[in-house]
Design a protein around this ligand. Sequence first.
Ligand SMILES: [Zn+2]
Length: 373
Amino acid sequence: MKSIIKFTSVFLILCLSAIALVSCAPLQVEQPENPYLAKNIILMIGDGMGAEHIEATKIYYGLDSLNMETLPYSGFVDTLAVLAGVPIVTDSAAAATAMATGHKTMTGMIGMGLDLSLPLDEVADNKIVFSNVVDIAISKGMKTGIVATKNLNDATPAAFSARGVMRYAGPEITNQQIASGIDVLMGAGYSEYYLPKIDAIRSAGYQVATTKNELLYATGNKLYAGFDSISPTSDVNLELLVTKALEILHNDNGFFAMFEGSKIDSGGHGNDIEYVVRETLSFDIAIGIAMNYVRLNPDTLLIVTADHETGGLNVPDGTTKAQLSNSMFSSGSHTTTDVPYFIWGPGANNIPENIQNTDIAEIIARAMGSTLP
Ligand SMILES: [Zn+2]
């Protein structure tokens, strides 16, 4: 005890005499820095994009690698959904719900699960509603943004901005998005779903942009950008939307953004190889924009992945551009094939090579210094 008192008084004297120069820092125990924490988190989802879609795109455009492939770490994601405990082929709703909430669920579900152990007439009234990574971001004072190239109330963007609904409940999903507190909402479906609610959108504090020029010159802190067509060949494409979204989302408290290349899936369903490569390239160009942001803001976690593979595409080794063909698809719908993920930023070096789609949500939550319930 004596020696401790002696040490303390000596230390106090040292501190007091040095107080004009330095604080008594040795009294504080330094916390080890959390290597997973990221200020900003960008999740980019290529809907229906498998590894073979990437191969076909490189062959078609004569590229050695796509932007996404140059991210420092990569692996594969199990995309399966679950029905009464049994793994099943997923749809965009269940897959996006898994990535947004950390819960595997049934196809058709947005941010919810059903308790199938209940009597049938009680199931609908007892749905299990999941919270998601956007909720965490908002609770931490981060800005948030959701961008899609198909309808903004389609399954993937819906899973990050609505909950407790079925995927085709368009107007209800739209209402939830308007009330969500999300800062940036961009996507198609403007005339059908958003124009009828444009007063409510403005009342919720959103600046509204429905043309390329309105988008370019928008200065609001909250922006709804709605269009009827977003494609590589239309006035507004994903590259432009991602550029604008990042401009608005950039702030001192950080942000979470989900950017979806929504139409790769459509090319897969249609067994249309040219459509697939055009959409995959457009998605990859937008990834290049996000990568530039990470270069300037290294405290950003960038995750690129897909919700599922569409079309059962198989591009044999050595295929030339002339040999690329619609006959290389083996399915008109989604398959069980794992999809690739590519990741860059804090903690990216510690992700296992093979993960579940629910792990994407856990990785995002961890980067926010949080966990999902
Ligand atoms: Zn999908």
